[in-house]
Design a protein around this ligand. Structure first.
Ligand code: PSU
Ligand code: MN
Length: 302
């Protein structure tokens, strides 16, 4: 089989113990060095503290790995020229022996193939502002419409057109629930300004929804658990609005397109908020990872 599942992850899956998939694009392309390596290891540790096994996912030398060694995490964090792989890139990377970090779409696909049901990330990709001109919609959405996985995230990245992304999730038939809130979170912000139709309040409730997905034989689509960053750890909404407007302008002026858009915008925010956007991003991811581990535990008991 082309997938390399680490021994620890394989044993946990076989024994029905909780496992949480973690993506690697956030490490390689979403966070600045050298902080990114510490964060990657810290997130794995947070999963373990909750009694679950972390399965960080990346492609190394043409082999898709589910569960990385410390050395492999280090490669993902520090290797120059590591690609950013969406799900469409996976066969190309495998055939060409390439290495790359996996986005939400590629991570969700590989996790599901390995039998991992719960996945934690920062914010989903989605419909970019300027969509009418660029047609830039993250492949995350289409893949989540076709993959049975539970993604814990702080909503979609606020650099995006949030209402358009919510509409696309509805059209594509992806289930979305707020965790402990009726408001759709805004990644760096606790509240995107948009409501969400469903609210879940415990890991056990999330596991029940997952079970119902299976029992109904519903199309193989995802469950998005939208978990807000705590209000006291969010980015100041005024700072957010101002710096994001600058970032979007810079992106257009510099002619950044395609895969480079999201890393460019995130990096611009980090550099122009004195790291405050980084703190909010990390707070969101940490919270999501902990919650995902609790959901995985409830799922393992279900
Ligand atoms: N969440 C973060 N930081 C990130 C990402 C998510 O906190 O960098 C990544 C994810 O891998 C997501 C990707 O799939 O950004 C979206 O990229 P694009 O818009 O090019 O599809
Ligand atoms: Mn894109």
């Amino acid at each position: 089989m082309v997938l390399v599942v680490s021994e620890e992850v394989r044993e946990a899956i076989d024994a029905g113990r909780p496992v949480v998939a973690l993506e690697s694009t956030i490490i390689a392309h979403g966070l600045p060095r050298p902080r990114n390596l510490r964060v990657a290891l810290e997130l794995e540790e947070a999963v373990r503290r909750e009694g679950a096994v972390p399965a960080t996912i990346a492609v190394l030398d043409g082999r898709p790995h589910v569960g990385l060694t410390g050395r492999q995490v280090e490669r993902v964090a520090n290797e120059d020229g590591l690609r950013k792989l969406g799900h469409r890139d996976l066969p190309l990377a495998v055939a060409c022996g390439a290495s790359g970090a996996t986005t939400v779409s590629a991570t969700a696909l590989l996790a599901a193939r390995a039998g991992v049901r719960v996945f934690a990330t920062g914010g989903l990709g989605g419909v970019h502002r300027q969509w009418t001109a660029t047609q830039d919609e993250s492949a995350d959405l289409g893949l989540l419409a076709r993959t049975r996985i539970t993604v814990v995230c702080a909503g979609v990245k606020s650099i995006l057109d949030v209402p358009a992304t919510l509409q696309r999730l509805e059209t594509l038939g992806v289930a979305v629930a707020g965790y402990g809130t009726d408001r759709f979170p805004g990644f760096y912000l606790s509240d995107s300004g948009h409501p969400v139709d469903w609210r879940l309040d415990t890991p056990g409730q999330v596991a029940e929804v997952m079970r119902a997905q299976d029992l109904l034989g519903a199309p193989d689509s995802a469950l998005v658990v939208a978990h807000p960053v705590p209000p006291d750890e969010q980015l100041d909404p005024d700072v957010h609005a101002r710096v994001l407007a600058d970032a979007l302008r810079a992106c257009e002026e510099e002619g950044v397109t395609g895969q480079a858009v999201t890393p460019f915008l995130l990096d611009h925010l980090v550099r122009h908020t004195d790291g405050a956007s980084l703190s909010a991003n990390l707070a969101a991811v940490r919270g999501n990872v902990r919650l995902a581990a609790r959901i995985a535990a409830a799922w393992a008991q279900a």
